[in-house]
Design a binder for this molecule. Sequence first.
Ligand code: ZN
Length: 150
Amino acid sequence: MIKKIDHLGIAVLDPKRALATYRDALGLRLEQIEEVPSQKLVSYHLEIGESTIELLHPTDEDSVIAKYLAKNGPGIHHVALQVDDIEAERDRLVESGLQALSEEPFIGANGKKVLFFHPRTTGGVLLEICQVVEAESPGENGAPTRGNGA
Ligand code: ZN
């Protein structure tokens, strides 16, 4: 089941300037600054109701976000929907014709399990689904977290 918009990912060239807009002008609370080495980026999480805006800034030229910025300039990079069962949603969406960018979900920002779908199959939007992993109940349902590190 899809629960809500988890976050909007916005690629930014200049985090200071972006924070002047989103934190200072709009008045959103900067909840967390997170470095995500696997994706070579720093993410600034700004709280907005039950969702967040994530300002994504590359830490390396090699980063997906750096390549996006070089091609498109700053702007909305992806939309993330929170789901309760990422494998089940993946199967359902793939069945519906959406193309997943990897077979298995991997661990993304905030330790969530994430999976992306190709914009070609989602009306031009890079779509992410993510699932919050409950860390405090290991082994409850016997399913180890699968991360392929991709
Ligand atoms: Zn995201």
